[in-house]
Design a protein around this ligand. Structure first.
Ligand SMILES: NC(=O)c1ccc[n+]([C@@H]2O[C@H](COP(=O)([O-])OP(=O)(O)OC[C@H]3O[C@@H](n4cnc5c(N)ncnc54)[C@H](OP(=O)(O)O)[C@@H]3O)[C@@H](O)[C@H]2O)c1
Length: 305
């Protein structure tokens, strides 16, 4: 009996170990800023042999030093091949026009279902599904959330705050203009950073206790004046914040970035003005620690420049 117990316990331990040693987690758009940050974090947490980088342009993901597989969101057959033997996949929200994104994401979801993937985690976005120029993007993200919930797999969804990095990448322009100019007025915006998100998504991928729920992932919401003050403090600058009308700002952005991206960016600041990017964060629940403070995120970016 004692022998049977030992044998059985050993067998059970073997099964558990073999499950973890064979585990594979794949990340889409791995050549991108968020995808690559998540791959790097996963490598640290579960080891590079368990991580697969899926990229539309595989050579652009080679630097990650993990197995790379091809995956263009327009091709379901790419994902049928890329998801073979994968236990969990992180679907990073695409960049295309909202109408196209839904079908592109469905290519990944269908391939995951048909190829035995057990769990899907999705990087969605906070914000209003209607009422501003960014809403079509949010609405398309909500549709993908529904598609994932209905896929029959284990799932977890993150609703990301606004990335802090684009503001910091834009600093030279702000310096030339002496101001941060947009249409957010006194609205509060919940920011985050790609590294903070990478940390949280690693937990969503590896901690099954978080399955079956959606989580808001961002830090404390701040006004554009607070953002300007924090940037001034860290970089030793004297920028001011200037708010202009929504129409004027969207027109400016369209002229600078083209119709699609200009409308998307303008719509984000319109949403901030109207309080649509303010909310209660679930970051601590997911990450097991508090989100970085605003000045810590800015300093972190400055140190990596
Ligand atoms: N929360 C926010 O503030 C915020 C801001 C911007 C974007 N986003 C969302 O977050 C996502 C990730 O952002 P990011 O900063 O990592 O973007 P990024 O650095 O610009 O990377 C975009 C990635 O998407 C890949 N890609 C483009 N078209 C694709 C397709 N048809 N199939 C597969 N991959 C494709 C690109 O691959 P290649 O290397 O082949 O070009 C690249 O790896 C974005 O897609 C967007 O949905 C959120």
């Amino acid at each position: 009996m004692a022998y049977f117990h030992l044998y059985f316990t050993g067998y059970f331990i073997d099964i558990c170990l073999s499950n973890t040693t064979d585990m594979k987690i794949a990340v889409t758009t791995a050549s991108g800023s968020l995808g690559s940050a998540i791959v790097k974090q996963l490598k640290q947490e579960i080891g590079k042999e368990h991580v697969i980088a899926i990229a539309r342009t595989p050579q652009k993901a080679a630097f990650l030093d993990v197995e790379v597989r091809k995956g263009d969101y327009n091709s379901k057959s790419d994902f049928d091949a890329a998801l073979k033997g994968v236990d969990a996949v992180l679907l990073v929200s695409g960049m295309d026009h909202p109408d196209k994104r839904i079908e592109q994401h469905r290519n990944v979801i269908e391939a995951a279902k048909e190829n035995g993937v057990k769990k899907m985690v999705y990087t969605s976005i906070m914000g209003a599904e209607s009422g501003n120029a960014f809403s079509p993007v949010v609405a398309s993200n909500r549709q993908t959330e529904e598609d994932i919930k209905n896929a029959g797999l284990e799932w977890a969804i993150g609703r990301n705050g606004i990335y802090i990095e684009p503001d910091l990448e834009y600093l030279e322009t702000y310096k030339k203009e002496g101001s941060i100019i947009n249409c957010a007025a006194n609205g509060k915006c919940a920011y985050t950073s790609r590294n903070e998100l990478a940390y949280a998504y690693c937990q969503l991928l590896t901690n099954d206790k978080l399955n079956g729920a959606s989580y808001n992932l961002f830090g404390e919401a701040i006004t554009q004046q607070q953002l300007t003050d924090a940037i001034n403090k860290v970089y030793g600058l004297n920028l001011s914040f200037k708010s202009i009308s929504v129409d004027e700002y969207i027109k400016q952005r369209q002229a600078a970035l083209g119709d699609f991206l200009g409308t998307v960016i303008g719509g984000i600041y319109e949403g901030i003005r109207n309080g649509k990017f303010n909310g209660t964060s679930d970051f601590t629940k997911v990450a097991g620690r508090a989100h970085l403070e605003l000045d810590e995120m800015i300093k972190g970016y400055q140190q990596n420049e």
